[in-house]
Design a protein around this ligand. Structure first.
Ligand code: AHR
Length: 620
């Protein structure tokens, strides 16, 4: 029985309350939302990204072809280029099963080329033949362009005669030639934008009607080196996400090895994120690194000049988003095609730092600089990675002490936890900082997960005076490049599908109320007998730390856990009962029988593994 209390009024709910957390994880950008069909288009993949990546990853060559990194390069931020001898060719296999094309649709090819394969090139011409084929033959008539001396951009366009998900793009040359930034884009990007987004994926996000778009991550933002890309020595690999690297002409955006073990082209960068937010009616919410490296790296940068530079970069970001087209950074936005400001109102500094004091010292410097110049911007802080431990309590205390406007909380937990914590925010201090629940998910993409999240979200909504923003995480996953599960939207190279969790989010985002109507429910919930089934666990493993991970229940032998929340990121033996801490914030009760599960960690660095543990749970 539901009783509505019409005498009382509840919290007002902001239209922007439910939004999306976008992170470039699981190849969410290249091989995902970014519509580019060529993988490793500028030959910048490297073992620095991942032991299995090389400069010719996803390329096959015929004849004589080599990747060069010398003074003949396209520019200082795009180091590698391909030198092809006459009569040779290079073929790209795209992502997943290949390059996906649809019958009757247009595909725009472009390449930077220079006749003469090496050094400073040659005066003659290099005729290039471009083909788009799959194993059954041509997908479109071949195209020809002629490269001359000196780097220049050449374009051509294909119309697909057949639909295929296994296409290959080949560039063959009749004379020595240097090639870089080989690109193929569907003409039909989301809203038809140049350098745009994959239409089906962007549409799935737009269909949610998100209140805000948080970007570009997660751990991606604040991990790695905070130094700038170095044009003299080449690149500074594994840099934190520094927004200035990601704007301007795409062939001048220095690629980066990201935290998730692959190379980011940055073709999808800050301008494109702002544009996407505007196109979907979402409030843009960027996150910048605070120079305290989180996500298990736990390092604080002690370099005042570097801190000053990052603070200035953040002020420049606000000018890029909001400044007039005549301002230094507003001019760059206008040059990219958007003279009108993007209307930035919220900005987050830092993500999941596990060193609260070090983080706060730096956060406050960012905040005072922002407030001095842009007093209307809401500067969001965070509560670290652990939603229950002492770090979390300390971080919250520091947030309160510093009178922070809004605090970003993250948690990934069991469906049971979500059901049991509907009242989490009922007791939050009404006078303290507001909450941005920036990342949460119950561990799985099953209907029961979606249902537990829906139940939990009613608690968020009831507390809409405290919880101002909330986003499920992560948003996107290419099914062949998965670093993290569960995710909201899945895809391969030609199809995409929403999870059950996506439907929950859509339901809430598209039906945001104006205010809470206080109500109480009574009655006896239907009960069932003992629940038996598979418990999906997700764990992280790397062979650098150990080879095999043995997870057993109370009836088994040793229980190994990654006590990531303890801060060392190392696996350790735990007692043979109690709680399994398999991932930060992810706890599984092992108070009942469970069978052994053995995972053999591969050699690709930290990877996400699924464990299936059979468990029997007592009724009630
Ligand atoms: O959402 C995946 C990861 O979870 C994010 O990168 C990080 O912020 C959190 O730990």
């Amino acid at each position: 029985t539901l009783s509505v209390d019409q005498a009382r009024t509840g919290a007002k709910i902001d239209d922007s309350m439910y939004g999306v957390f976008y992170e470039d994880i699981n190849r969410a950008a290249d091989g995902g939302l970014y519509a580019e069909l060529v993988q490793n288009r500028s030959f910048e993949y490297s073992t620095a990204d991942n032991a299995s990546y090389k400069s010719l990853t996803s390329w096959d060559t015929s004849g004589s072809a080599q990747v060069l990194n010398d003074d003949g390069r396209l520019n200082a931020r795009n180091r590698n280029y391909l030198s092809l001898a006459g009569g040779s060719s290079v073929t790209n296999s795209g992502y997943n099963t290949g390059i996906a094309v649809t019958q009757g649709k247009r595909y725009d090819f472009s390449v930077w080329a220079r006749s003469g394969g090496t050094g400073n090139g040659a005066a003659g011409n290099a005729p290039l033949t471009l083909t788009l084929r799959d194993a059954s033959g041509d997908l479109a008539p071949a195209r020809r362009v002629t490269a001359r001396g000196g780097w220049a951009k050449y374009k051509a366009s294909f119309t697909a005669g057949r639909t295929s998900a296994t296409g290959r793009l080949t560039v063959a040359s009749g004379a020595p030639v240097a090639l870089d930034e080989i690109s193929l884009f569907p003409r039909d990007t989301y809203k038809g934008r140049a350098n745009g987004l994959r239409a089906d994926l962007a549409q799935k996000v737009a269909d949610l009607k998100p209140g805000f778009l948080r970007f570009p991550g997660g751990c991606l933002v604040n991990t790695g080196s905070h130094e700038a890309y170095d044009e003299q020595s080449g690149w500074q690999r594994k840099r934190s996400y520094q927004w200035k690297d990601t704007i301007g002409p795409v062939e001048q955006r220095a690629t980066n090895a990201n935290f998730w073990g692959y190379n980011q082209s940055y073709g999808l960068g800050y301008y494109e994120y702002f544009q996407f937010a505007e196109d979907t009616g979402a409030m843009p919410l960027p996150v910048v690194p605070a120079l305290v490296t989180g996500c298990g790296q736990n390092k604080a940068t002690d370099d005042p000049a570097l801190l000053k530079r990052h603070i200035q970069d953040t002020l420049d970001l606000i000018e890029f988003a909001n400044g007039p087209a005549t301002s230094e950074w507003g001019k760059k936005r206008a040059a990219m095609g958007h003279p009108k400001p993007f209307g930035l109102t919220h900005l987050e500094v830092g993500n999941e730092e596990n060193l609260p004091e070090e983080f706060f010292a730096r956060f406050k410097e960012f905040r005072s600089a922002i407030e001095a110049k842009y007093p209307d911007i809401t500067v969001i802080s965070n509560s670290g990675p652990d939603d229950s431990g002492s770090t979390f309590d300390k971080a919250w205390q520091l947030n309160r002490d510093a009178d922070v406007a809004m605090v970003d909380e993250h948690y990934y937990n069991s469906p049971q936890w979500f059901l049991e914590n509907n009242d989490r925010y009922d007791s939050y201090d009404r006078k303290g900082p507001k909450v941005f629940l920036g990342e949460y998910a119950s561990q799985g993409n099953k209907f029961s997960n979606a249902l537990s999240e829906a139940a939990f979200m009613t608690g968020l909504e009831r507390n809409a005076d405290v919880v101002k923003l909330a986003s499920y995480a992560p948003l996107l996953a290419n099914e062949d490049y998965v670093q993290w599960k569960p995710n909201m939207i899945w895809y391969d190279n030609d199809q995409s599908w929403g999870s059950a969790n996506y439907e929950t989010q859509k339901l809430f985002m598209r039906n945001v109320g104006d205010e809470v109507v206080p109500s109480t429910a009574s009655g006896t919930p239907a009960t069932s007998g003992p629940i038996t089934g598979a418990v999906g666990l997700s764990t992280w493993a790397t062979s650098a730390a150990y080879d095999d991970v043995l997870v057993t229940g109370e009836n088994g032998g040793t229980l190994l856990t990654d006590d990531f929340s303890g801060g060392d990121g190392q696996w350790s033996k735990a007692a043979d009962k109690g709680t399994w801490a398999v991932q930060d914030g992810a706890y599984v009760q092992s108070d009942e029988a469970a069978e052994n599960t053995l995972v053999t960690a591969g050699d690709k660095g930290w990877q996400n593994y699924d464990l299936n543990v059979k468990a029997t749970k007592k009724a009630g």
